[in-house]
Design a protein around this ligand. Structure first.
Ligand SMILES: NC(=O)c1ccc[n+]([C@@H]2O[C@H](COP(=O)([O-])OP(=O)(O)OC[C@H]3O[C@@H](n4cnc5c(N)ncnc54)[C@H](O)[C@@H]3O)[C@@H](O)[C@H]2O)c1
Length: 251
């Protein structure tokens, strides 16, 4: 449960990776603040569960199974949003994967798959969403501490997230004149399914390297995203906000 309260009545929010840890908590936060939420994820069952839960609370939800790496799938998502709402106020591409391999042993197709979901997928979505993004709207991308510092055994992931930082800043230059704000959140180690395996094998080292001495929660990332989407951040543009308990600074 968030400690923050927002009023997002009438806003249309599109979230990919919406059945995941961060995307799921964000969807609930935005819906509870009054937004209509478009939930997009590859995982049909998890998506249905999230949609049913939010609908049972009385929220306006559109759920669609989408492959974030597939242009036709994104076209279909944007067409649905255009037909039902005709606009987008908030866009949060949160779909991502985090496989583990050293560069020396990394299969070429694993490298390409990470880029296609984590980086190209964000380009595919934002490019297609631009005609629906209204003046005063906001995009928040999900990068990572790995995108700033690199990450042993996750070169593909780190490269995709570094690319997202450059994409975020370029979009801020191009879309600012249309009053579309573009920022990114850069989480550290967050307690979601994405990091379950990695935290089991080297979680203790990560926590020891984090000055706050713990992992973060999906809620703590969603709260930063909500701030960046909100009018409280109306002059924040082209920025990457860290949420990592001090891990980046201390490293
Ligand atoms: N958890 C962390 O520690 C952490 C840290 C830094 C950045 N991030 C980033 O935050 C975002 C959300 O991560 P999370 O922790 O919620 O992860 P998660 O694994 O809980 O959720 C990711 C979601 O993306 C979906 N997804 C994967 N491939 C997809 C595809 N091709 N098309 C559509 N959906 C797809 C999955 O089904 C899942 O629901 C990711 O971009 C991740 O890289 C997470």
């Amino acid at each position: 449960m968030s400690n923050c309260t927002w009023n997002f009545e009438g806003k249309i929010a599109v979230i990919t990776g919406a059945a995941g840890g961060i995307g799921g908590v964000l969807a609930e936060l935005l819906a509870q603040a009054g937004a209509s939420v478009v939930l997009a994820d590859l995982d049909r069952d998890a998506l249905d569960d999230s949609a049913k839960r939010l609908e049972a609370q009385g929220h306006d939800v559109l759920a669609m199974q989408v492959n974030a790496a597939d242009a036709q799938s994104i076209d279909a998502l944007i067409a649905q949003v255009r037909e039902r709402y005709g606009r987008i106020d908030f866009l949060v591409p949160s779909a991502g994967i985090y496989p583990e391999s050293s560069v020396a042993e990394m299969p070429d197709d694993q490298w390409r798959r990470v880029q296609s979901i984590n980086l190209e997928g964000v380009f595919l979505l934002i490019k297609r969403a631009i005609p629906l993004l209204v003046a005063g709207s906001a995009i928040v991308n999900l990068t990572s501490v790995a995108g700033h510092r690199g990450s042993r055994n996750h070169a593909h992931y780190a490269a995709s997230k570094g690319g997202l930082i450059a994409l975020t800043r370029t979009l801020a230059l191009e879309l600012g004149p249309q009053r579309i704000r573009v920022n990114a959140v850069s989480p550290g180690i967050i307690d979601t399914a994405m990091t379950t395996e990695a935290r089991a094998s080297h979680g203790e080292q990560w926590v020891a390297a984090t000055p706050l001495g713990r992992d973060g929660s999906a809620q703590e990332v969603a709260d930063v995203i909500a701030f960046l989407l909100s009018d409280a951040a109306s002059f924040v543009h082209g920025e990457v906000i860290h949420a990592n308990g001090g891990l980046f600074m201390a490293g």
